[in-house]
Design a protein. Sequence first.
Length: 277
Amino acid sequence: MKISLSTIFGFLLGIGLFLYAVYGATGTLLGVMMFVQAASVAIVLGGTVAATMISYEGRYVWKAMGTLSKVFVPTAVNAASLFSTVELVIGWGKIGARDGLLALESEFKKVDTEKDPFLAHCIQLFLAGYEKENLRQKLNTFINKSYERNMVQATILNTMANISPGFGMIGTLVGLVAMLGNLDPSDPSGLGESLSLALLTTLYGTMFAQLIFKPASRRAEQKEQIQKFKNQLIADGFLLLLSRANSVEIQDHLNSYLDPAIHFDIARKGEESASNE
């Protein structure tokens, strides 16, 4: 399984800066133990999960929690995969222009679609013989609804990011009430320690929101945006195939999805193939 090094770096940087702040405040890294309190973590995490379960269906909440474990996994869609998709569609365009659209059915069977359900859906609808505008409508509906459905996890994580600081404040208020209720006017020496413990839940609530929930939400959202981008590229490719567009037209259109540095060039590919022969 691939790991996103940039995500790991960002997470470790955040933890490292926190430890540096602790060291600057206490003069020793052992001072971090002052910031460890199980009750504060329980109030923040327990309250955040409880409020989220009230706000959303449980199955969606568990999916969102599962998304947290995938934060360190990079998206499968990258420049290389987009380039190979463009190359694949252009190859189909050449076959379709030369042998007719029916010849593409055997070519589609050579493609592994298990990891790309949208590509499988495109092939199924293409072979069903829909008219171009009908096919466009069905593909766009699939793209948009898939995006909306998969964005629920990102929305839930963003909600958790908004909720957790509130429960951090609730924990602080509970701690302050308990501290003042047990305050001994004749011995205020323990006031500072009790106050620091009460404020820990605010710290936990903020850190969980800004270092875990909100970044995970943005990460999940970005992955869905990238996947939607690729799906739109594939959809445009199949619409061009149905229109019997030539390979150059397909190339020029699909290259708009690629970075200019990696634009597909049929002429260059032809020269490379000739040199290899």
